[in-house]
Design a protein around this ligand. Structure first.
Ligand SMILES: *[C@@H]1O[C@H](CO)[C@@H](O)[C@H](O)[C@H]1NC(C)=O
Ligand SMILES: *[C@@H]1O[C@H](CO)[C@@H](O)[C@H](O)[C@H]1NC(C)=O
Ligand SMILES: *[C@@H]1O[C@H](CO)[C@@H](O)[C@H](O)[C@H]1NC(C)=O
Ligand SMILES: *[C@@H]1O[C@H](CO)[C@@H](O)[C@H](O)[C@H]1NC(C)=O
Ligand SMILES: *[C@@H]1O[C@H](CO)[C@@H](O)[C@H](O)[C@H]1NC(C)=O
Length: 343
């Protein structure tokens, strides 16, 4: 079939081909990834999947009693941004405002009766995507759902953990300056990383949040990446750490909740589904144990962990959990007790 010379040629040809493909896959691809901050950012902050829309009329998305608003966030060290948010009124007063264009939304803000919830969404979301959850939570809270810089109609392009946390710090203080109500923070997915870091930052300025809810949280972005099949495939290479994982840290998008959670001085509630396909539940379990083993619950508040058995709710549909309302109610009571004790 194949003469000696031809056979040698075939072997050499195949060897060269295998070498080139290997070089491309195992060296060139990781090295390109390492130097492409843009590719890394589009992975952690996939803002491109959110279609542009007009946020001004919440009824277009099926929710009433909402004011669409914008807050300018000045930043000395980076760009000034304008963030879009929804102020979602507590259920109790929604009926007052239907067909009332003159409704005084600022007045509600200063009404101490209503506890405030700052809602921080996940990395592929915007403020219209959690309406079912808002409908449950507005039974208890007056909600502010913010779009991070670069998300929704919020301006800004320099997406980094530091910038996003600073923006949210500004929003938290903006609310605090206008309200004497207790402020809770709720994060979902990437939002749990922002929320945890935010509260740790606020602590440096002696500002406490009343309670923190982490829905589908993670320990750090690189811990989540390590569970991804593509990263697992590369993990046999000695340079995966240097080319794929470390750049996420160096480029300020690792959201290391595992270290920030020990600084949180308020009760924490963690919610996770066993069938979460984006963030495996053992990552949330690790965060839980880090918190209970490294915080002093007497002084920093308890940690509650609700791990839901598989029901198909996964990463995105935890609002379908039938016990959620009850769990939120008892968490609020626990937080109020804790804050009374610490006065
Ligand atoms: C959004 O819709 C409102 C009317 O509901 C309109 O007044 C406004 O100009 C629109 N905004 C944009 C950016 O198109
Ligand atoms: C942001 O706005 C302030 C004025 O509010 C201005 O002094 C500052 O230079 C601006 N920062 C940048 C980076 O443009
Ligand atoms: C961000 O979204 C991607 C999907 O685009 C997902 O694979 C990743 O796990 C998410 N990361 C975080 C930290 O939420
Ligand atoms: C915040 O919480 C810590 C720990 O419970 C407490 O020592 C501190 O006094 C609180 N600060 C405020 C402003 O409530
Ligand atoms: C929490 O701190 C107090 C004093 O600061 C201490 O008495 C108590 O033993 C601590 N609890 C734990 C679990 O470390």
């Amino acid at each position: 079939m194949c003469s000696g010379k031809c056979c040698i040629f075939c072997t050499v040809y195949t060897a060269v081909l295998v070498f080139l493909v290997g070089l491309l896959l195992f060296v060139i691809v990781p090295v390109i990834f390492m130097f492409s901050v843009g590719i890394q950012k589009s992975l952690v902050f996939p803002t491109y999947i959110i279609e542009p829309k007009n946020y001004s009329n919440s009824e277009d998305y099926g929710i009433t009693g909402v004011r669409n608003m914008y807050i300018d966030v000045p930043n000395a060290n980076t760009e000034n941004v304008t963030l879009g948010l929804w102020q979602i009124l507590p259920k109790e007063i929604v009926s007052d405002i239907i067909k009332n264009d003159e409704y005084n939304f600022d007045g509600v803000l200063s009404n101490e009766k209503y506890k405030i919830l700052l809602y921080l969404h996940g990395n592929g979301s915007d403020r219209t995507k959690s309406i079912e959850l808002y409908e449950i939570l507005r039974e208890f809270f007056h909600i502010f759902a913010v779009d991070y810089r670069g998300y929704g109609d919020s301006t800004g392009s320099d997406l980094t953990e530091t910038n996003m946390v600073n923006d949210m710090k500004y929003i938290f203080k903006w609310i605090q300056e206008r309200s004497k109500s207790k402020i809770f923070v709720w994060g979902h997915s990437l939002g749990t990383g922002i929320a945890t870091h935010l509260i740790a930052e606020l602590k440096k300025e002696h500002i406490n949040s009343t309670g923190l809810v982490l829905e589908a949280p993670f320990t750090s972005v690189i811990d989540v990446m390590r569970t991804h099949p593509v990263v697992k495939f590369y993990s046999v290479l000695p340079w995966t750490e240097a080319t794929i994982l470390n750049p996420i840290k160096t480029n300020d998008m690792n959201f290391d909740s595992k270290s920030y959670i020990t600084d949180i001085d308020c009760p924490i509630m963690i919610l996770h589904a066993e069938d979460d396909e984006i963030i495996p539940y053992n990552i949330a379990t690790e965060l839980y144990y880090t918190a209970i083993n490294n915080r002093n619950s007497t002084y920093q508040g308890d940690v509650t962990f609700h791990l839901y058995p598989p029901k198909g709710n996964g990463h995105m549909l935890l609002y379908l959990e039938p016990d959620l309302s009850k769990q939120v109610r008892s968490f609020i009571d626990q937080c109020l007790d804790f804050s009374k004790k610490n006065l």
